[in-house]
Design a protein around this ligand. Structure first.
Ligand SMILES: *[C@@H]1O[C@H](CO)[C@@H](O)[C@H](O)[C@H]1NC(C)=O
Ligand SMILES: *[C@@H]1O[C@H](CO)[C@@H](O)[C@H](O)[C@H]1NC(C)=O
Length: 534
């Protein structure tokens, strides 16, 4: 993160799920074409290819890879980088992700990215698999967790960051040419960081669920690290930005560490079923702000809405009845968040742009839109599966209304907006061409291995008006301002920079929207067939 300074492929995805015989499917497809023609010529509603968006979103994580690039890398303009990370400190910190358009490896946003990817894979595993993207999703998660295993060198030591923003931002270079400081920074007993330890524990616990069936040994290893990290974070309390000063101007933990400790406890309970973790989350509910904070933002810094929503879902299980009073309080806060996104609270609602995009703040607003779309989707599913409705101050909403609002946000992202632009790079006919991203904006190292120096990059590439030579496919950029305006300029980093945690929640939402479309298609086909055989 910088500071200071349509229609094709429908067939492939629509008939996998239905139980309609092949011959009938063909008939149905003809009817579908007629129907599509009818619909597209009578309405102006844009149809979006969520399968394409899903596939593209996962490519982005390959572009952000640090370390040794594997043989099956699909983003071919990238090559190895950061191969001596950690060397100065005598620890192997090769791997992991660059967070955004620069080359610092920031632990907190990286961990949140992995938690969100894992959460998507847990909740929408089947839908992601139906779209043929489960392998890629798991690879994206593992690229992060492999790094966390390396970075957690002993029970009470976690490497928090490699490189630093100030020296990194002084240069505009490809990661493959990097000449900036790769000094690594850690937290330990004397320099605590409960937020970082908590988020990393949450990421590893969540990922352990993802790998449980396919890679039980790895899953067990992740869980072991997660448990140690949680203990470390809980026992040695403090904000990580007080211990790792260089992170302060980039990823300061404004909300403190209590949300991450509750978040980690919740994930560990989900991963282990160990009552102790639930007791932790219940007994600290009040003192840690879990049932006190009404908040309209869910982000790499502020986890309350996410954990409140997870805990709400526990209410429906018999074994949790004894904690019903506290869980109800968590739930009412989760509902505050959802109602606030839906503009249905008494007063405190999330702002919207004139065209209806959720608007939290000027800088990288899309990160809040994608996390909101994910939580809304999840809550809609929860209401549907438990046959409930949500009572907001200004009205009762059902699961369909919530889902359709989440869809409106995703459709805005994909091009249904006043700029007619997809903010997911590489999707559709129009998208940002000057993304604030060092690697993407300079000729690929694979095409030209001639060294590009620190300031040479600024002179020859950053300040150029040309489009980026490499398309950062699947990146969700910061997005428009509060009037839906967007200026596609490389130096406009508030709008044109993308971050890994922007895209991560969308993996689950794209998969869910694709699934809904497929179901609708199967249903429409069945109805048409019934009608035509009458
Ligand atoms: C809604 O907010 C207004 C203004 O703050 C307040 O007067 C009113 O009592 C609130 N209504 C409810 C039902 O909370
Ligand atoms: C977006 O598309 C609409 C409808 O085609 C058009 O009226 C409008 O001028 C376009 N806006 C921009 C910024 O291209």
């Amino acid at each position: 993160m910088e500071k200071d300074n349509r229609e094709p492929q429908h067939m492939k995805h629509h008939f996998g799920v239905s139980k309609i015989p092949i011959l009938v499917q063909h008939c149905c497809f003809c009817l579908f074409l007629i129907l599509t023609f009818f619909i597209t010529t009578t309405t102006t509603t844009q149809a979006f290819d969520y399968a394409d968006a899903l596939s593209k979103s996962l490519l982005y994580f390959e572009a952000q890879r640090s370390g040794r690039i594997p043989y099956n890398q699909r983003v071919t303009w990238r090559d190895h980088s950061g191969l001596t990370d950690g060397l100065e400190q005598g620890v192997d910190l090769v791997g992991g992700y660059y967070d955004a358009g620069d080359h610092v490896k920031f632990g907190l946003p990286m961990a949140f990215t992995v938690t969100m990817l894992s959460w998507c894979a847990i909740e929408y595993r089947q839908q992601i698999q139906d779209a043929g993207e489960l392998e890629h999703t798991m690879e994206a998660i593992k690229w992060g967790t492999d790094y966390f295993i390396k970075a957690h060198t002993s029970p009470n030591v976690l490497w928090a960051e490699v490189g630093d923003g100030d020296t990194d931002h002084y240069c505009w270079q490809r990661p493959e040419d990097m000449t900036t400081s790769r000094r690594a920074f850690k937290i330990d007993e004397k320099n605590p960081g409960s937020d970082l330890a908590g988020e990393t524990a949450a990421a590893m616990a969540a990922a352990s669920i993802v790998f449980r069936k396919t890679n039980p040994h790895y899953s067990h290893l992740l869980l072991h690290h997660a448990q140690q990290l949680f203990e470390f974070g809980d026992k040695y309390r403090g904000n990580y930005d007080a211990s790792v000063g260089v992170v302060k101007r980039y990823y300061a933990s404004v909300s403190g560490y209590m949300d991450e400790l509750l978040w980690a406890g919740t994930w560990l309970y989900k991963a282990t079923d160990n009552e102790g973790y639930l007791e932790y989350v219940i007994s600290n509910a009040d003192t840690f702000g879990g049932t006190g904070w009404s908040i309209s933002e869910f982000s790499w810094d502020v986890k309350y809405a996410g954990l409140q929503l997870m805990l709400s879902k526990f209410l429906n299980e018999e074994k949790h009845k004894k904690h019903a009073d506290i869980l109800e309080k968590y739930r009412s806060k989760a509902e505050f968040y959802i109602c606030s996104c839906l503009n249905k609270n008494n007063g405190s609602n999330v702002q919207r742009t004139p065209a209806g995009l959720l608007y939290i703040r000027q800088w990288n607003n899309m990160q809040y839109v994608s996390t909101a779309a994910f939580l809304l989707t999840l809550y809609s599913d929860f209401l549907q599966s438990t046959n409930q409705k949500l009572n907001c101050h200004s009205g009762t909403v059902d699961h369909e209304e919530i889902m359709s609002f989440a869809k409106s946000q995703v459709d805005y992202i994909l091009g249904s907006n006043p700029m007619n632009m997809s903010y997911l790079v590489g999707y559709g006919p129009k998208y940002p061409k000057r993304v604030h991203h060092r690697g993407a904006s300079i000729v690929s190292y694979k095409k030209n291995k001639g060294f590009i120096g620190c300031t040479q990059g600024y002179d020859n590439w950053y300040s150029s008006q040309s489009h980026n030579p490499n398309i950062l496919i699947g990146a969700l950029v910061g997005g428009p301002d509060w009037h839906d305006n967007f200026e596609d300029q490389r130096n406009n980093f508030m709008q044109t920079e993308a971050c890994t945690y922007n895209t991560a929640p969308l993996v689950g939402v794209f998969a869910k929207l694709l699934h809904i479309e497929n179901q609708k298609m199967a249903h429409d086909c069945n109805s048409l067939l019934v009608a035509s055989f009458k």
